[in-house]
Design a protein around this ligand. Structure first.
Ligand code: PEP
Ligand code: MG
Length: 575
């Protein structure tokens, strides 16, 4: 019987494939595909870790005081037995040799298969052994982490039967994990947690494959290798679809392919409205390797390079000036002379620097995030600023500062930029001129936009955070996702005022939040006077199509009425 699960649509399209479960564990697990020639080494690594845990448990057994309760000795016996159980060892080995999972991933995958079997056991005693199994696996995982040399990050590739399509299902994926899967073969993603504009969702969207987040129970209901349909337009996942449903979705898939082909013809068409307004379409990227996709979609520059992705998942070893300079330079050169807007590091909230360093703060989105973090680590910030200034010697670099709200933050930021320049001069190192911009993503900034216009060359509106902070809705929390609404009149009025103020001062204003890449919002943004949009490359052509059909002049009075209405969403499809 087909089971349907509803979540939040994140990236459009239909994927039909076999489920690959990425199990969660209390110990942080890196999910890597290993190269075929690493299989033996990976199996050996696992064997060593298991052997070490066996030795550890045996030593514990020997050293137990004589008077401990018999249950404790028995427990250690159970753990040792589980460790040597063929079901576990052979299963884990199979994940490594057949699917080319790294040892940690193989271990948690097998754990998941076995815990389901335990759950179904009639015998209560046996059912309860699940917890023992989890503890034993955790011990091995810890060993693997402690003893293992780092597994080289091979270009992730899944080993699959010819023509087999794989889709990934996880309880939760961090943005860094998601980035890791960017070069993999997965044709779709589902996670239980996450909101539509969470950073995990944003990275999924940038991969241009169907994705659904906030699916709550998906990782409980889906089993390894189940056939799934992911409908990224409707936010629905279908488990074990009937042949008729499959055929219907395969048809939809073919239609979407045709639509893509049709849109591709617009690549070289200038983005002009019917009344001749030229619109700038820029790309959002996460890493320098994304520039070919930006060029391919016909972007005329990068409007947002989220530089924090260079810093994430590195266990505290942040990239030094040289490494950053090379990365920024690659992005600049990759865009062949077009402007590249690089945002200074925006970590915190749902983008921790390191997954292992869980935030201890109750409200991380309101805490030491983005520019607040940079100003609290001036040496780190200066390093980034120097790297950016050096990259500017190779092309047009615009530096964008996230989450500013206070005059003091503006002052400190600009002082540090001047200091970085002076340091490079003192070293005699070549650097270039940069335009400096501020993100408007906190209501306080939108309400004092003229202060920002006095200090900065351009503004970029981060509607994802502007919505989050205006409405007090955590953008990464699926339980309040129904209240997260970029079309709330309060958000729209802040946005409209920012665009209008920029135009009045003759300074460029871009929108780089997810709203800019949503074709349903294009006419409204044009009507509000926006002339520069930055979005994932995959969104550029659908948005351009809307632009080509729009008359910006005629849209202005309508857009004004929309933002003044109590329920703008209801007017969006008019006139
Ligand atoms: C935004 O907040 O809209 C934005 C573009 O920045 P990020 O999504 O990275 O927070
Ligand atoms: Mg933001």
């Amino acid at each position: 019987m087909t089971i349907a699960i509803h979540g939040l649509p994140v990236a459009r399209g239909i994927a039909i494939g076999r489920a690959v479960m990425v199990a969660s564990s209390r110990v942080e697990v890196v999910h890597d595909f290993i190269e075929p020639d690493q299989v033996e080494a990976e199996v050996a690594r696992l064997r060593t870790a298991r052997g070490a845990v066996v030795a550890e448990l045996q030593r514990m057994q020997r050293e137990l005081p004589k008077d401990v309760p018999a249950e404790l000795t028995a427990l250690l016996d159970v753990h040792l037995m589980l460790l040597q159980d063929e079901l576990i060892t052979a299963g884990v080995r199979q994940w490594i040799t057949e699917r080319h999972y790294n040892a940690e991933w193989a271990l948690v995958s097998q754990l998941e298969v076995l815990t389901r079997q335990f759950d179904e056991m009639e015998d209560e005693y046996l059912r309860e052994r699940k917890a023992d199994l989890e503890q034993v696996v955790e011990r091995v995982l810890r060993r693997l982490k402690g003893l293992a040399p780092p597994v080289p990050l091979a270009a992730p590739r899944a080993v699959r039967a010819e023509g087999e399509v794989l889709v990934l299902v996880a309880h939760e994926l961090s943005p860094a994990d998601m980035l890791q899967f960017k070069k993999s073969v997965f044709a779709g993603f589902v996670t239980d947690l996450g909101g539509k504009t969470s950073h995990t969702a944003i990275v999924a969207r940038s991969m241009d494959i169907p994705a659904v987040v906030g699916a709550r129970v998906a990782s409980d209901l889906v089993r390894q290798d189940d056939l799934l349909i992911i409908d990224g337009d409707a936010g629905v996942i279908l488990i074990d679809p009937s042949p008729i449903i499959r055929e219907e979705y395969a048809y939809k898939q073919r239609q979407a392919e045709l639509e893509r082909g049709r849109l591709a013809r617009l690549k070289h068409t200038p983005a002009l409205t019917l009344d001749g307004e030229r619109i700038e379409l820029l790309a959002n990227i996460e890493q320098p390797d994304d520039t070919p996709a930006a060029l391919d979609a016909g972007a005329v520059g990068v409007g947002l390079f989220r530089s924090e992705f260079l810093f994430m998942g590195r266990e505290g070893k942040l990239p030094d000036e040289e490494e950053q300079y090379q990365a920024y330079r690659r992005a600049v050169e990759g865009m062949h002379g077009m402007p590249v807007t690089i945002r200074t590091i925006d970590v915190g909230a749902d983008k921790p620097l390191d997954d292992r360093r869980e935030s201890t703060h109750l409200n991380p989105a309101l805490g030491l995030r983005a520019i607040r973090w940079s100003l609290s680590e001036p040496a780190m910030f200066l390093t980034q600023l120097r790297a950016l200034l050096r990259a500017a010697a190779h092309g047009q670099v615009h530096v964008l500062i996230p989450m500013l709200a206070h005059a003091s933050e503006i002052r400190q930021t600009l002082e540090l930029l001047a200091q970085a320049r002076a340091q490079l001069d003192a070293r005699g190192q070549v650097h270039g001129v940069v335009q400096v911009g501020a993100m408007i993503e906190v209501p306080a900034a939108a309400l004092t936009v003229n202060m920002f216009l006095r200090h900065f060359d351009f503004l970029s509106v981060g509607t994802n955070d502007l919505t989050q902070y205006t409405l007090a809705i955590d953008r990464a929390d699926e339980s309040v996702a129904h209240l997260y609404d970029p079309l709330h009149p309060a958000v729209l009025q802040l946005l409209a005022a920012t665009i209008a103020a920029g135009r009045a001062q003759g300074k460029p204003v871009t929108v780089c939040g997810e709203m800019a890449g949503d074709p349903a919002m294009t006419r409204l943004l044009l009507g509000l006077g926006l002339r520069s949009f930055s979005m994932h490359p995959a969104q550029i052509l659908p948005v351009k199509q809307e632009i080509l059909r729009a008359d910006a002049g005629k849209l202005a009075p309508w857009a004004q009425a929309v933002i003044e209405s109590d329920e703008p969403a209801a007017l969006l499809t008019e006139p």
